[in-house]
Design a protein around this ligand. Structure first.
Ligand code: PLP
Length: 284
């Protein structure tokens, strides 16, 4: 049984309970982070901490832990659960209060939860096989740049992908791909440019995306931060996704058609290898 962190206490997972009046439960009034763990250490922790602070500020969520305390909780949890490879999940909600759309009085304590999840990230069958995707309209709210737990549409998109025999979905707004249901989206054009949508309120600023773009530039590859259509993706020589829980996965099919040769592309595989190197170098 796992040990989870809840509001200052380390508890067996079956004893970690939160209120039915929690605003995370009632209104999705909460934010989260997912940080990868390799060799019992955190991958790219500064980037996650930076995005966490950004999400908290965007929603005006209170949060009592300072940077040193938060890092210590992550490390304690990894140690207590003997986690070698996997993820640390963190969620902060605006706490429990009588149901009211208006935010509760200042001083209402937030609910802070962290737990670990074991996962083989490096040795991943999907990295070998590549993802099969469908495209779906992006029907999420207008602040997809904030990492909130308002994830119902992402769940529906993944379910719809599964119903069609696919692994996941790329979401399309105004004719262009915004991102995947839980990852950032990239294509490689015939002339070798890596293309990904620029940051805006329409997509999450992925920590993996951020690190990867630095690697792309350090490798001297051409990078174009611009929107692209599904048609352009279908004509691309490669496609891939990035996220903390998968690192980089090649995309081999979209809407029933192969991308490139319909097998994991060489650049996607090289970038995955480079990102893995970066991840090990970033451990803390
Ligand atoms: N986009 C969405 C919608 C996500 O949910 C995620 C991760 O969960 C990402 C992108 C990738 O972000 P990161 O690389 O920080 O995991």
């Amino acid at each position: 049984m796992r040990t989870v962190y809840l509001n200052g206490a380390y508890l067996p997972e079956d004893q970690a309970n939160i209120s039915v009046f929690d605003r995370g439960f009632m209104f999705a009034d909460s934010i989260y982070e997912v940080t990868a763990v390799l060799d019992g250490k955190l991958v790219d922790y500064q980037r996650h901490r930076g995005r966490l602070r950004r999400s908290l500020a965007a929603l005006g969520l209170p949060f009592g832990l300072d940077d040193a305390q938060l890092l210590q909780v992550h490390r304690d949890l990894i140690q207590r659960n003997q986690l070698g490879e996997g993820l640390v999940y963190l969620q902060v909600s605006r706490g429990a209060a009588d149901r009211n759309f208006l935010f509760p009085a200042a001083g209402t304590p937030p609910t802070v939860v962290l737990y670990t999840q074991a996962k083989a990230i490096i040795d991943s069958p999907l990295a070998q096989r590549g993802l099969v995707l469908i495209s779906l309209p992006d029907l999420r709210w207008g602040r997809s740049d904030i990492k909130t737990t308002q994830l119902l549409y992402a769940c529906m998109a993944k379910e719809q992908a599964r119903a069609q025999g696919a692994d996941d979905a790329w979401l399309v707004r105004d004719g262009c791909v915004t991102e995947g249901s839980s990852n950032n989206a990239f294509i490689v054009t015939a002339n070798g440019s890596v293309v990904t949508r620029p940051l805006s309120t329409a997509l999450l600023p992925g920590t993996t995306r951020d690190a990867l773009l630095a690697l792309v530039q350090a490798e001297g590859l051409r990078l174009e931060e611009r929107a692209f259509t599904v048609e352009e993706a279908l004509a691309a020589s490669e496609a891939f996704i990035s996220s903390s829980s998968s690192f980089i996965y090649p995309v081999v099919r979209l809407d029933g058609q192969p991308i490139g040769h319909g097998t994991p592309g060489p650049l996607a595989q090289r970038l995955r290898a480079l990102y893995i190197e970066h991840a090990y170098a970033s451990l803390g």
